[in-house]
Design a protein around this ligand. Structure first.
Ligand SMILES: NC(=O)C1=CN([C@@H]2O[C@H](COP(=O)(O)OP(=O)(O)OC[C@H]3O[C@@H](n4cnc5c(N)ncnc54)[C@H](O)[C@@H]3O)[C@@H](O)[C@H]2O)C=CC1
Ligand SMILES: O=C(O)C(=O)Cc1ccc(O)cc1
Length: 367
C-alpha cells in the first residue's frame, strides 16, 4: 500500500505534536518544513519527523495533507506561497491557527481552486513553545475544531477527520465566525484578563515585593496562562478584533454589576454571584488531557545550602529519570526554597517522586 505523506509546515509545539500523533500510523510519512534548520534538526533528533527541509516545494510536493502550523502571521504568508507550487491533485491544506475567520477568508482567496482548504484549530496547547514541548498526547481528548466552507467536499472533510483521529482529539465542525466568538470568550479573552491582572498586581508590587511573595494558589491558577508566548497572543488579538471588543464590553458591564453589589453591601446577591459561577465551573466537562495539558511537575523543599540541587539532579540522573525543566521558587523562603522539576512523562514523575521521598525530601504535586 502506498504511504500517506503528511507535510507539517512549522515544526513547533503544535506542528510537532501533530507530527508525533501521525507517526502512530507506520504507513504515514511525516515531512517537516521550518524556516529554522536548527528546529528541523531538533525535530529529527527527537524522532518527531521522518525528514525535514527548509525548501517549501520539497516539503509539499508529495504531501496528501498539509498542516500549516507556523505562528498565525506566517500561516498567511505560507498560504500565499502555496499558489504556484507543485502539489498533489487531491491535497488537503489545513491550518492550526488559534483564530479562524480571517485565515479562512484569505485561504479561499489565495488557494488554487483544485486544492481543498479546511480551517482547523486544536483546542489544546501549553504556555510552552517549540518542538521540545511537543507530545503525541497533547491533543488527546481535546476538541479539534474544523471550519469547512460551504463548498468543501464532505468526502475531503471526512478524510481529514479520519487522519486527525490519530491525535485522539474530538473533531467537531462549526463556521469560522462562531469559532472566533466562542474561542474568543473561552481562550483569547482569558489570556487578556490573566495578563492584565498580573500587570495590575505587578504595578502594586512596591519595593518590599509583598504582592509577589504572597501571591497564592488562586493567583497562580488564574494567571498561569499569562506565561504564554507574547508574540503569539499579540497576533491572536489582532486577528480576532471584533469578537474580543464585544466580549471586553460585556466583561466591563459584568464587573461593574458585581462592584455595584459590593457598593450596596448586597450580601445575598454577592453570594449568588459566586454560586452561579461555581455551578457553571463545576459542571464543565472533565478533561483528562487537552486545553490544560498534563504538566508533570513536582515541587521539592530544598534546604538552603550549596550543592543541594546538584545532589537531586544527580540522584535522578543516576536512575535515568529524564527531567525537562528545573526552576527555583522562593515560596518557603525562611529555611527552604522550592525546586520545581518538570518531568517528561507521568511515569518519570512517579519514579522521581518515589526516589526523592526515599531520600527524605518533602515532595509536593503543587505549591
Ligand atoms: N501554543 C498553543 O497553545 C496553541 C497554538 N496554536 C496555533 O499553532 C500555531 C503554532 O503555535 P506553536 O506551535 O505554539 O508555536 P511554536 O513557536 O512552538 O512553533 C512555531 C514553529 O513555526 C516555525 N516558523 C516560524 N515562521 C515560519 C514560517 N514562515 N514557515 C514555517 N515555519 C515557521 C518556527 O521556527 C517554530 O518552529 C499558531 O498559529 C498558534 O496560533 C493552536 C493551538 C494551541
Ligand atoms: O486553554 C487555553 O486557552 C490554553 O492555554 C491552551 C490553548 C492556547 C491556544 C489555543 O489556540 C488553544 C488552546
Amino acid at each position: 500500500m502506498k504511504k500517506t505523506t503528511i507535510a507539517v509546515l512549522g515544526v513547533g509545539l503544535i506542528g510537532g505534536s501533530i507530527a508525533l500523533s501521525m507517526r502512530r500510523d507506520p504507513e504515514i510519512r511525516v515531512v517537516g518544513y521550518d524556516v529554522r534548520q536548527d528546529r528541523l534538526d531538533k525535530a529529527l533528533t527527537l524522532g518527531v519527523i521522518h525528514a525535514g527541509t527548509t525548501d517549501l516545494q520539497t516539503a509539499v510536493r508529495e504531501a496528501h495533507i498539509i498542516f500549516l502550523a507556523a505562528p498565525v502571521e506566517q500561516i498567511f504568508s505560507t498560504l500565499r506561497m502555496l499558489d504556484g507550487l507543485e502539489l498533489q491533485s487531491d491535497v488537503i491544506v489545513t491550518d492550526v491557527g488559534s483564530t479562524k475567520a480571517e485565515i479562512v477568508r484569505e485561504a479561499l482567496k489565495v488557494i488554487p481552486p483544485h486544492v481543498t482548504f479546511i480551517g482547523g484549530h486544536p483546542m489544546a496547547g501549553s504556555h510552552k513553545s517549540g518542538v521540545e514541548a511537543a507530545s503525541d498526547r497533547l491533543l488527546e481528548n481535546a476538541y479539534y475544531v474544523l471550519t469547512p466552507s460551504a463548498g468543501t467536499s464532505e468526502q475531503q472533510v471526512n478524510r481529514l477527520a479520519d487522519i486527525l483521529s490519530l491525535t485522539r482529539a474530538k473533531v467537531v465542525q462549526m463556521d469560522p465566525e462562531t469559532h472566533d466568538q466562542v474561542v474568543g470568550a473561552v481562550s483569547h479573552f482569558p489570556h487578556v484578563l490573566a495578563s492584565a491582572l498580573v500587570n495590575l498586581v505587578a504595578g502594586y508590587d512596591g519595593e518590599d515585593g509583598w504582592h509577589a511573595r504572597l501571591a497564592a494558589g488562586g493567583f497562580r491558577d488564574i494567571t498561569r496562562i499569562a506565561s504564554s508566548n507574547p508574540r503569539m497572543w499579540r497576533d491572536v488579538l489582532l486577528q480576532n478584533r471584533e469578537p474580543l471588543l464585544k466580549i471586553a464590553k460585556d466583561w466591563a458591564n459584568a464587573l461593574e454589576e458585581v462592584m455595584d453589589l459590593v457598593k450596596a453591601g448586597d450580601a445575598d446577591r454577592i453570594e449568588q454571584f459566586f454560586q452561579t459561577a461555581r455551578d457553571f465551573r463545576d459542571g464543565l466537562p472533565e478533561r483528562k488531557a487537552g486545553a490544560l495539558p498534563p504538566l508533570y511537575d513536582l515541587y521539592i523543599d530544598i534546604p538552603d545550602h550549596p550543592g543541594e540541587i546538584g545532589r537531586i539532579t544527580t540522584l535522578l540522573g543516576a536512575r535515568q529519570i529524564n527531567i525537562i525543566n528545573l526552576q527555583i521558587r522562593e515560596t518557603r523562603e525562611d529555611i527552604y526554597g522550592a525546586l520545581r522539576i518538570t518531568f517528561q512523562s507521568q511515569s518519570e514523575m512517579e519514579k522521581g517522586e518515589e526516589l526523592l521521598r526515599y531520600f527524605d525530601y518533602n515532595v509536593y504535586k503543587r505549591v
